[in-house]
Design a protein around this ligand. Sequence first.
Ligand code: PLP
Length: 412
Amino acid sequence: PERSDVHYFGAGPAPLPTPVLQEASKVLLNYDSTGLGLTEISHRSPEANAILARTQTALRHLLDIPTSDGPEGYQILFLQGGGSGEFSAVVYHMISIWVAKLAKQRQQGLEQEVKRLRLDYLVTGSWSLKASQEAARLVGKEYVNVVTDARHGGKFGVIPAEGEWSRTKAEEDVALTYYCDNETVDGVEFPTAPSGKNLVADMSSNFLSRAVDIKRHIAIFGGAQKNIGTTGITIAIVSNSILPPHAEMADPVLLRKLGLPIGPVVLDWPTIAKNNSLYNTLPIFDVWIAGQVIQRLLEQAPDAKSPRISVQEAESNEKAGLLYAVLDEFPGMYQVVPDKSVRSRMNLCFRIKHGDAEAEKAFLKGAEGRGLLGLKGHRSVGGIRASNYNAVSVQAAEKLAEYLRDFAEGKV
Ligand code: PLP
């Protein structure tokens, strides 16, 4: 089939806007009449520097990321290692800051005092569970406080009310509060950001789909391969308040002495920030792709009042609304997995006839026949998952909605 014959609803890597890919094929061959392709030029060349700067500025503009050299400003970092790499990076970084503060307050008995360290995790789906497990692997599970484990009978699908959470009692012991804004596997999305000291968000699967209250977070990260671009870069938006010179990092010798982990330099936010993401070879082609996608979103909203992402937000809501409406119309046929209050606008997870294997197989086969691909649920949970990322057009969502209706009415 041709590209235009299929609509892909996979959970990531995800589709990119066709015009971006068309332009990408040109720059791979000859970038800006340099005679060289974009994957062939130095990441330290003037061309690469310009791409990096343009992409950072565009993202800053789109999400209203505060600009300042002071502690209220934020850095935009490009890293490698995916969202999973950041599961570790955030732990290394926030432990180092917590220990540096502790060491400043007390000179004696640090070995004893360090036992108070706590990393607060909100476990609302498979990815925050993984992040919490990585924290436990790195520092030891006695330091990880699961604020909430939203599983019921082994399954995710709700976000318990804040009143039911078990936070670490003494706030000064909390090095970070971690949550995943949108759980890709389970279809659970936070309606709004939770509260918590040193709040860190994984936005891998709903980045650039709605306005974000950046200032509530000390760090936000996500792999680019869903809403932003190609697999290969991870974006981290990091508050200056947790970076030198505004924050002190612990001496690695001290961390080692205390039995705490020290991360690899390529995941070290201060190093990456100090080198403007060019500490080591940055895949500049991936940054270029992200820049094109972000620029297109900005162009969609030239006259919109801030936040400029609101045009995309409205479209994401419209597409998700359209699909959930059909799913809800046929409750005998379709059962949405998560609770209505936390349904993801990005990954719509549902069962057919309460998980009837034959019916789900028939659904997927029929969808394929209409060029609607990538609808199989994650292997760990089964069922159907329709990922509604930014590059999924309204027309594609309408086609899927039509198919959902036809299948429910036996017209397939
Ligand atoms: N976090 C979320 C919410 C994800 O959906 C994923 C991947 O799908 C990850 C983290 C892990 O990302 P990566 O595969 O880039 O390490």
